[in-house]
Design a protein around this ligand. Sequence first.
Ligand code: ZN
Ligand code: ZN
Length: 338
Amino acid sequence: MPVAAKLTAPRTVEIARRPPLQPGPMEVVVGVEAAGICGTDLALFRGDYPVPLPLVPGHEFAGTVRKLGSGVDPAWLGRRVTAEINNTCLAYHRPKLCSACARSLPSHCLDRTVTGIIRHDGAFADEIAVPAGALHTLPDGLDAVTAALAEPLAAALETFVMSPAAKGDLVVVLGPGRLGVLIVFAARQKGLRVVAISRSEQKRARSLAFGAEAAFAPHQAIEAIHAMTGGMGADIVVDATGHTEGLTQALKLVRPRGTLAAKTTCGLPPEGFDLTRLVVDEIRLQGSRCGPFTPALKLLARHPEKLRGLITSTRPLAEAQEALCTADQENKVVLISG
Ligand SMILES: [Zn+2]
Ligand SMILES: [Zn+2]
């Protein structure tokens, strides 16, 4: 019988056998090969992101389509795929769309489930059922472990979908960790100039390897960015710190009429945030979340070795509990199924 890692209570994962999944209408069952652990999974595991339990987490995955539900194009069978995480009216081809899907905002679908997060069991399992409309075919030759980076890389790219930048603009990334380093990489791929800010010497060095032209410790940041910009500040400052103070720091580095790109989802108001400065300097505050898979998969196909280098370990699914306990001590852990 297939196996799934079920979160039954905070910090408690049970590896349980379950009957083989049957795809619902417009769904497929994917045999999972690899599933990445991200900050959201850690927040779910610790109970910091409360959702109804039990839940099988895991939303960054790749595998092979094994079964088709009714209404699904038979061409999907046997294809190597990954999937977007929002299971929407459009993904299910519902005859009546919610108001968000009708306005072409499917990632804000009012009737969505979110794979591995909200009311939809995820990929820390041998198999997963998802709507065929959420699937993307993997580029030829891209291995499943590297392909599991498609979702976070898409989220990194979304930063610049929501905060468009002109070639040569200066982007500062605060917190070049799991997601932040992908934002450094995405910015560089877009021809932007990038500076990373981190307490960690290792993360600063890695940011340079992923395209940052400079990297500074937080206490040097204001002076360094002002020196680089003639006292103006950066065009875009991305907060990927995961901390409430991140946005407050970001505001000190952005230029008038620049953009604060918020990627931290800790849900609490930033302490000491200077709203007056935001208004007086006409600064834009822009959130962003899930992003476009097609360009993310293209980048993975073009730079597989470089991006694969971000994966610090792979572990068997059976070790999900231990992997979730220790994942925050390294960059990216990927669970291997089957
Ligand atoms: Zn994630
Ligand atoms: Zn919808």
